[in-house]
Design a protein around this ligand. Structure first.
Ligand code: ADP
Length: 805
């Protein structure tokens, strides 16, 4: 049970707007002013000590008495009931009481709140009607299209429900309150109020609480407007979205106490509806703005754009229409996407589009063949993304025309294949043919000319599609082709009629593309394409032709260096031949005087033999020996000069047989030195027999000759690989120091004295010349005192050489 102390309940009850009486033993022990008012008494004291049943209509006295008595006996009785209250003047009103049992100064007492139902019921009914009206209007309010419209409508509602409407609606913008709508006040009043300043309306914004002012003169925030009559009452209701004050409804009246609690309640409810109306309008504005922005973005996109819902085109931009050759995007909108697709793509796109909209992962970038309105195909690279459009999943597809790019890629590939053929060209005629072939297959058949620069003029060296130019074009003359050659740059003429430099040739060309071929900074030629069609060539063709021209110039550089090498080799061969001729002639001519010397020195010896002393005989013998030696040298020189000149046929030679012949030739030496010549299994090769024999004989000879071993041994063997025969002649002779390895191949170079080892020093020089004539190489490995191995190779593929004597 509630314990109430006097001080508490006095403070509490006196303030209460409700009518309260405290009843103990049926008598009133306390009442507040409201209760006195309700019962028609002047002051609460008049009620103290009164029997409360005296204020109950005779109709309800019995009922109430039994409730009170029952409660006193501790029975359970209702605490809230309605009854007819009889005021002191005898008038009766419907009332309701709500009783709380409390402990009052040690006794049980009833604290009764009494409410006048007559007035309450009326108010309640009025309110209910008003609220119904409000809610009906709210539906319209929320559908308003602009904030001002919503405000105007709000004031209409206020007008209808409150019976008057003077005021304004302000919107909070940063630190200001801007009145964007006023009613029945001149509109230049309160255009803008700083939120930092005074004013009851401002306070409503700042506190977020409704300000109901019955008498503004008592409010220190009231700001009087000089041009307007005093507003004695004011109602300011903040409009909030998400707890934030965004606006305020301001109502004013020149009368004090113009607004009731109910008015306040109604405007507060209205403010909530206005808040949702404003927030919806703002949202719509934002959506519309973003949608417009989006549309603008797509419209101005360089790509071709379509927006699909399922497979239906919701939107297409003008680029898409252009790409597909439609007159306008609206022709596409509403159509099924399949009308824009090549037959082979339809099924794939349908599958991908539907499963993408179901949220299944799909590739988002692929190449598609699109179908133009005129039935032609466009190759496009398409990037797709799933977006939300008007709350539904939609597919946004951005396409880019890659027909040209793909064509260019294919052409570049083809060009590279041709470039390989071009690189193989062995002559200018072949270069010209390969170039024209490449253009024809890569760019297409046109009027083609391959022209070369010769002594300041351009002459046609190859043509396709048109007869060759019958005259030379001087480089300083007129014409696009000549200009391209002279200025070393490509010239693309899309309409020859508009080109002042164009000179009409044998054909009526309307477009032309000329690309110069430049080698080492010099124009060596031009590739010229013409067409009787307008605009036949584009920048891609130009690029392709330039690439081709680069390949041509590389090929020409190669050809030139090959030619140079060939010329050098020919030159070298010629001078070698000259030298051989010279050697041959000189050696030949030296033989006759030598023979004379030899003859006459031997005549002298024979005729004067007895008359000569020993010294004189010795002199003559020496002359004879020197002449004999010189004869050998000359013989060797002749032999050397004959290598490669003496015409001998290539024949299959069994080298085993050849080596047996050499053994027979050398049999005296072999026997004398108790030497051994071992011949491993040697191949049969196609070769000039006499030179091969000379070569092996020299090496075997040396192996036996430069050998001090008690058992001289010479081994001839061979190894064969795919390209070469490799032969070796190995001995266990005196060996040769490394530093002499190149010297010994020079003519007449000898390391040892003639007394010890006979010879002229020409053998290895002749051997080397023979090996090189065969196209091979000769070298050696040797260790002094141990032995030497001479190696030489003979290529299987014979070098083409001419021999003559
Ligand atoms: P020649 O045999 O007439 O002296 P070559 O041209 O055949 O002339 O040889 C040149 C020199 O190389 C020889 O004088 C010798 O000094 C050296 N030589 C050649 N073959 C051998 C070998 N098998 N062993 C050692 N020395 C050699």
């Amino acid at each position: 049970m509630l314990q109430l102390h006097e001080l508490d309940y006095h403070l509490f009850l006196e303030k209460s707007p409700e009518s309260v009486v405290l009843i103990a033993d049926g008598k009133c022990v306390y009442a507040n002013q409201s209760a006195a008012n309700l019962l028609g008494l002047d002051k609460p004291e008049d009620l103290i000590g009164q029997d409360m049943l005296d204020f109950v209509s005779s109709l309800d006295v019995e009922g109430l008495r039994s409730i009170i008595e029952g409660r006193a006996k501790g029975e359970k009785q209702p605490l809230r009931y309605e009854f007819k209250l009889r005021r002191i003047d005898g008038s009766e009103i419907d009332a309701e009481t709500h009783v709380t049992m409390i402990n009052f100064e040690g006794r049980s007492a009833s604290l009764a709140y009494i409410r006048d139902l007559t007035e309450g019921k009326q108010l309640e009914n009025q309110m209910r009607v008003k609220l119904e009206v409000l809610h009906r209007h709210a539906v319209n309010l929320v559908n308003m299209n602009s904030i001002v419209e919503a405000m105007e409508y709000s004031f209409d509602i206020i007008d209808e429900l409150l019976g008057f409407s003077n005021g304004a609606i302000g919107i909070v913008e940063e630190d200001y309150l801007k009145f964007i709508y006023t009613r029945n006040v001149s509109s230049d009043v309160l255009p803008e109020m700083p939120l930092s300043g005074k004013g009851i309306t401002v306070r409503a914004v700042k506190t977020g609480k409704t300000q109901l002012i019955h008498d503004t003169r008592l409010d220190h925030d009231y700001v009087k407007d000089i041009d307007e009559p005093d507003k004695l009452s004011e109602l300011d209701v903040p409009v909030k979205i998400g707890g934030k004050v965004i606006a305020v409804i301001n109502l004013e009246s020149e009368q004090p106490n113009a607004f009731t609690k109910e008015d306040k309640e109604i405007v507060e409810i209205l403010s909530e509806h206005l808040a949702s109306a404003i927030s919806r309008i703002e949202q719509l504005k934002a959506i519309k703005a973003s949608e417009e922005e989006y549309r603008m973005l797509l419209d101005s996109s360089l790509d071709s754009v379509v927006l699909l819902s399922d497979t239906k085109i919701l939107y297409a931009n003008s680029n898409m229409a252009k790409l597909l050759c439609y007159d306008s995007a609206s022709e596409l909108i509403g159509q099924d996407i399949s009308i824009t697709l090549a037959d082979e793509e339809k099924e794939l796109v349908r599958q991908r589009t539907t499963s993408r909209q179901r949220g299944e992962p799909q590739p988002d970038r692929y190449e598609l063949k699109l179908l133009r309105k005129d039935g032609k195909i466009v190759e496009a690279e398409t990037v797709v993304s799933l977006i939300e459009y008007k709350n539904k999943p939609a597919v946004l597809a951005l396409s880019r025309d890659v027909t040209e790019r793909n064509r260019y890629e294919r052409q570049v590939m083809a060009l590279h294949r041709h470039a390989a053929a071009l690189a193989q060209a062995g002559s200018y005629d072949e270069v010209c043919k390969a170039t024209l072939d490449a253009i024809e297959s890569v760019i297409g058949f046109h009027l083609l000319a391959f022209m070369a620069v010769r002594e300041g003029v351009l002459i046609s060296i190859g043509n396709r599609g048109s007869p060759p130019l019958d005259r030379a074009l001087p480089l300083d003359g007129p014409g696009v082709t000549v200009k391209a050659a002279r200025e070393q740059r490509s010239i693309l003429v899309k309409d020859t009629r508009l080109e002042p430099d164009f000179v009409r040739g044998p054909t009526d060309s309307l477009s032309e593309l000329t690309v110069p071929i430049v080698v080492d900074g010099q124009t060596v030629g031009v590739i010229n394409m013409e067409s009787i069609e307008l605009n036949a060539f584009n920048e891609m063709d130009q690029k392709l032709l330039e690439t081709l021209a680069m390949h041509v110039s590389t090929t020409i550089i190669n050809l030139r260096s090959q030619e140079k090498i060939k010329r050098n080799i020919e030159e070298l061969e010629r001078s070698n031949r000259d030298l051989d001729d010279y050697t041959y002639v000189v050696s030949h001519d030296l033989k006759a005087p030598l023979r004379t010397i030899k003859s006459f020195s031997s005549f002298l010896l024979e005729d004067l033999g007895d008359r000569l002393d020993e010294t004189e005989k010795d002199y003559l013998n020496r002359i004879d020996a020197a002449a004999t030696n010189m004869d050998r040298l000359i013989e060797d020189l002749l032999l050397l000069s004959r290598v490669g000149r003496k015409f001998t046929n290539v024949e299959p030679v069994d080298l085993n047989v050849l080596l047996e012949e050499i053994r027979n030739d050398q049999v005296a030496v072999i026997d004398e030195k108790k030497a051994e010549l071992i011949v491993d299994d040697l191949p049969t090769i196609e070769v000039q027999r006499i030179w091969m024999k000379q070569l092996f004989a020299n090496l075997v000879n040396n192996g036996l000759k430069f050998n001090k071993s008690p058992n001289p041994k010479v081994v001839a063997s061979s190894v064969t690989d795919d390209e070469n025969y490799l032969f070796s002649v190995k001995d266990n002779g005196i060996g040769i120091d490394n530093k002499y390895h190149s010297q010994i191949f020079k003519i007449f170079e000898r390391l040892n004295s003639t007394e010890e080892y006979k010879g002229t020093g020409a053998g290895l020089a002749i051997s080397k010349k023979i090996v090189e004539y065969f196209g091979g190489k000769i070298w050696l490995e040797s260790e002094p005192g141990v032995g030497s191995v001479f190696y030489f190779t003979i290529p299987k593929k014979k070098p083409i050489r001419s021999g003559s004597e």
